[in-house]
Design a protein around this ligand. Structure first.
Ligand code: HXC
Length: 257
């Protein structure tokens, strides 16, 4: 598929998806979301890719859903567009997704960041859920994922005031992993992608799955799920190779099998 709102590049076992609607601060219109889902699903099946980076540019990761596309819509238009089905597909991507954020990550942009597994931000990144200022509220997980990440009172403050907060605050509140100078945010995301890509892919996949499971289960069934994934890894060649390499004091060679 030829994309017009995103670009995809592959290097050394990881891929980078970059938003290309710079003239509107990468506002997430339906075409971009469709192309994003298509690219993610394609990369998820690609054996040459073991981690995926999502990024925008220095000025904006994404300034939210495209307001112009929604402004005149009725509730029934929104229902029929069923745009959140695309977001559900992003949640089902099995490979780790790393967000490399600079500039604005607002509304749907902030929600997209929270859908990613690891987040690196530049010192200039600005986060927020400003939907309240345009008469709506977060609709792509902002009230749920944000609350789980930062707790009830902070989530209330962020969502009900619509205030923009800094990368440092996001770090302090546990929303992101790392803040680096703007020259390095993409480089640092690539370092993390490379590191994850050097690990056994099936173990990475099952570990991501088990961590995500913790969001919608009790501790009892979450532990059971974890245990089953742990046992399952003993059916992989990589587990045999990893443990044998440790005993033989050499570097393991992963086959992804
Ligand atoms: C459509 C957008 C946009 C958006 C910016 N633009 N954000 N277009 N949807 N979300 C466009 C502007 O219209 C403008 O185009 C160009 O990008 C540059 O933006 P400016 O406003 O001129 O830039 P600046 O003065 O630097 O202000 C930056 C900003 C502001 C503070 C980020 O653009 C802003 O407040 N944007 C909206 C943020 C927002 O409310 N996001 C939540 C959306 S609702 P023109 O053609 O005029 O030059 C949402 C719901 C999620 O996300 C639900 C799930 C999907």
């Amino acid at each position: 598929m030829n994309y017009t709102t995103i670009s995809v590049t592959k290097e050394n076992l990881y891929a980078t998806i970059q938003f290309q609607r710079t003239e509107v601060l990468n506002a997430l219109n339906m075409q971009l979301m469709q192309e994003l889902v298509d690219a993610l699903e394609t990369l998820d099946k690609d054996d040459e890719v073991r981690a995926i980076i999502l990024t925008g540019n220095e000025k904006a990761f994404a300034a939210g859903a495209d307001i112009k596309e929604m402004a005149e819509a009725s509730a029934m238009d929104m229902l029929n567009r069923d745009q959140f089905a695309r977001w559900d597909k992003i949640r089902k991507i099995k490979k780790p997704i790393i967000a490399a954020v600079s500039g604005f990550a607002l509304g749907g942009g902030c929600e997209l960041v929270m859908t990613c597994d690891i987040v690196v931000a530049s010192e200039t990144a600005k986060f927020g859920q400003p939907e309240i200022n345009i008469g709506v509220m977060p609709g792509a997980g902002g009230t749920q994922r944000l609350t789980r990440a930062v707790g009830k009172v902070k989530a209330m403050e962020i969502v009900l005031t619509g205030k923009i907060f800094s990368a440092q605050e996001a770090l302090q509140w546990g929303l992101i992993n790392k803040v680096v100078p703007v020259e390095y945010y993409l480089k640092e995301a690539k370092n993390i992608a490379k590191e994850i890509a050097s690990k056994p892919p099936i173990a990475v996949r099952l570990a991501k799955e088990a961590i995500l499971k913790s969001f919608d289960t009790t501790i009892e069934s979450g532990l059971e799920f974890e245990r089953k994934n742990f046992y399952l890894l003993f059916a992989s060649d990589d587990q045999k190779e990893g443990m044998k390499a440790f005993v033989e004091k050499r570097k393991a060679e992963w086959k992804g099998k």
